[in-house]
Write a protein that binds this ligand. Structure first.
Ligand code: ADP
Ligand code: MG
Length: 699
């Protein structure tokens, strides 16, 4: 590879702070900065000036078009390109772009899911510029990050509620900081998402209709080798994958994305990429772009990048870890124990806010990562269970115990932990990061939420996390603001929160069956196993009340989101079911039949030649395969019947329960018979590439 000058390359395709500062007048820059940092309203004349410079910059960098780039509820991003051209009187064109075009767009919104939020006569929605996330150039198009709303003001996207949740946590956290006398203009949450993915050879991928239509294999017997040798995790990266990673990094760096860590993951053909963390909405935009660029770069290298949560049964699926923290504009990480006793007390209160939030809103966190794909991972001994709990590590747990029980903490010289007086020890990462089975782990100065699926937008869980923590902070601020003796009230409050929310803290093995029993039967934690179980809780009174109070969602937005997410689940599994039927009827059954024919013919010919031959292999294989084809036929008919029943159901809650209880089990049965038949049939007679051919296709 040619030598790359990374600092020069970095952000080359981003209209970032450096470009703004260099190109905008001081006044315009200052005014825009105020909007970005403090949410101040944007002046229209400022927008015109920014648009002009943005366009000039874009043209210099090869762009011909612009688009409002947004994140509708489909799960992927959307864009509609317009060129900058405007005709002139002499028959030519000039390149134009106005402040109005920058601020607001009007895509035809009728084809995006809205869950009934837009009356059919009002198909239009509008997009509004999010100046806090930089514009960038992709495929000769200036992409302007935007929020997407209906004309009645309802959010039709993931960015709007995310920004609202960030505002809410900012507001409540500032109230708390004021009580501690900590100076800050604003508080932001930050996220570093670790992204897992698979790479398979494009030619092999193209031969698998299930991968093409659904992103995962719906059939496939295990190859002789899976991940049992533990030889892939952190193993030497294959040359073809290295080339892909180099190319990917360059593309991401150009887009100002802080691609940092890359390594092989546990399953064969599985890898991970982690960027350096950034402000949540920027990290969200960047993660969406990253997923898109991964697919594009893979295609350039003759590979397919699979972002599905469970592309292959029998080996690990892919997740995404959401590393989350909260900090001030002055550079304080509020989840980092400070150097002074006072900072420690502040840290403990923010820690409490997270503990309480996760306990009070376990269901919201669970449903924020619920999709048909992720249901295959959670609780399957490769990812955290569907039960949400928090891991704190020995040191922090011991400190909380000491506070809760008013007993001495051995890590300090003092006899008793007194908040605001004693200094906490520094938490070293190595003492806090040992448990990989916990869904929500404290890792020294941040929390790592590990339940996300690889294709999930990180917006969803961060909306819930921010809102839930904002709610804890609101309660604390309400109480502490009216306290006469701040320190005593603070101590009592922290002690009470730790006592009341003890049940959510669990440092043991999250993969064990004993934990499921203890969590659900003794501790009363919720265990929402599937999307169909989890999603309806979005409309629980307690959850609605909190989300409405913090103005993160409106009532109708919640209603529509719940329906859209369930619809998505139903549609996804429905497509999988139809794909299975298609593959079985058109390929698997005919292929097995062909082999049966050759077995029968061979056996009968052999017997004609000699009456001494037994034909044990031919006959026993034929008998079992013939039996299996009967089972396959019965199961495919069963599945077809269920699919047509599903079609007749109108209520989405009913449909999703049907998918969970009827469709998915029938699909599993069908797969079991086909996979057994695969083991009895020669590779050359099998219609699709095997797991072995897919998982070890990239050398
Ligand atoms: P692991 O050892 O868990 O695999 P990595 O180092 O691969 O961790 O990734 C950790 C992620 O957490 C990175 O994206 C990193 O930038 C991010 N991170 C580090 N500190 C913070 C923080 N204070 N807030 C949010 N994310 C953070
Ligand atoms: Mg991690």
């Amino acid at each position: 590879m040619d030598k790359v000058n990374v600092p020069e390359l970095f952000g080359a395709l981003v209209f970032d702070d450096k470009e703004m500062k260099a190109r905008l007048s001081d006044d315009v820059y200052a005014s825009l900065k105020k909007t970005i940092d403090e949410n101040a309203k944007l002046d229209e004349s400022v927008a015109d000036a920014v648009a002009l410079e943005m366009k000039n910059w874009a043209l210099e960098n090869g762009a011909t078009h612009f688009t409002h780039w947004f994140q509708p509820l489909t799960g992927v991003t959307a864009e509609k390109h317009d060129s900058f051209i405007e005709p002139t009187k002499d028959g030519g064109v000039v390149m134009k772009f106005s402040g109005k075009e920058l601020i607001k767009g009007e895509p035809d919104a009728s084809s995006f899911p809205s869950g009934g939020l837009r009356a059919t006569f009002e198909a239009r929605g509008y997009t509004a510029w999010d100046p806090t996330s930089y514009a960038f150039i992709k495929d000769h198009t200036l992409c302007i990050p935007t929020a997407f709303c209906s004309y009645s003001g309802e959010a039709l996207d993931k960015k709007t509620p995310l920004l609202r949740s960030m505002q809410s946590i900012n507001k409540q956290a500032l109230r708390i900081l004021k009580l501690f006398g900590t100076e800050a203009k604003y508080v932001r949450t930050s996220v570093g998402p670790e992204q897992e993915y698979f790479l398979v050879d494009k030619a092999a991928f193209n031969l698998r209709p299930d991968l093409k239509y659904t992103g995962r294999t719906l059939f496939g017997a295990m190859p002789p080798k899976g991940q049992e040798m533990d030889d892939h995790y952190f193993g030497v990266i294959k040359p073809r994958v290295t080339e892909f990673m180099e190319d990917l990094n360059e593309e991401l760096w150009k887009l100002g994305i802080l691609a940092k860590t890359e390594h092989n993951e546990v399953a064969p053909a599985q890898h991970e990429l982690a960027p350096i963390y950034s402000t949540t909405n920027i990290a969200t935009d960047a993660n969406q772009v990253t997923m898109e660029i991964m697919k594009k770069v893979a295609a350039k290298h003759g590979m397919e990048c699979l972002l599905h949560e469970k592309p292959f049964a029998g080996v690990n699926g892919s997740g995404k870890h959401n590393n989350w923290s909260i900090g001030t504009d002055t550079g304080i990480n509020l989840l980092s124990p400070g150097k002074t006793p006072y900072e420690n007390a502040q840290f403990l209160l923010f820690l409490c806010a997270v503990i309480q939030a996760v306990d009070d809103y376990q269901d919201l966190l669970r449903l924020s990562v619920a999709t048909a794909g992720n249901d295959h991972r959670l609780g399957a001994n490769e990812a955290p269970p569907a039960i949400i709990s928090i891991f704190l590590g020995d040191e922090l747990s011991a400190i909380l115990d000491a506070i809760r029980e008013d007993k001495p903490y051995e890590g300090t010289k003092e006899v008793k932990m007194k908040l605001g007086v004693d200094t906490l020890p520094d938490f070293r990462r190595d003492t806090t990061d040992r448990n990989r089975t916990s869904p929500f782990a404290f890792t020294g100065n941040k929390f790592e939420f590990r339940s996300l699926g690889s294709s999930n937008s990180i917006a969803c869980c961060n909306i819930m996390l921010n809102a839930a923590v904002a709610e804890s902070l609101r309660q604390y601020a309400d109480e502490l603001e009216k306290a006469d003796d701040f320190e005593t009230s603070l101590h009592n409050l922290i002690k009470k929160v730790i006592t009341d929310h003890q049940r959510i803290l669990f440092d043991g093995n999250g993969y064990g069956d004993e934990w499921v029993k203890e969590a659900t039967e003794v501790r009363g934690l919720s265990n929402l196993k599937t999307t169909a179980d989890a999603m309806p809780h979005l409309l629980d009174e307690k959850n609605k009340k909190m989300l409405l109070n913090h103005e993160v969602f409106t009532e109708s937005e919640l209603q529509s989101r719940c329906e859209i997410m369930l619809e998505n689940y139903v549609k996804t599994v429905n497509i999988e079911g139809l794909t299975m039927v298609d593959m079985v009827r058109k390929n698997y059954l005919p292929a097995i039949e062909g082999y049966l024919y050759s077995l029968a013919k061979t056996a009968s010919l052999m017997k004609q030649v000699s009456s001494n031959v037994k034909c044990n292999y031919e006959v026993s294989t034929m008998e079992r395969l013939s039996e299996l084809t009967d089972y396959v036929l019965d199961s495919v008919k069963d599945l077809e019947e269920a699919l047509s029943k599903l079609k007749a159901l109108e209520d989405v809650f009913e449909s999703s329960a049907f998918v969970r209880d009827e469709l998915l089990p029938k699909m599993e049965t069908l797969r079991k018979y086909v996979d057994e038949a695969e083991m009895l049939t020669p590779q050359k007679d099998w219609p699709f590439p095997s797991y072995g051919q897919l998982l070890f296709s990239v050398q």
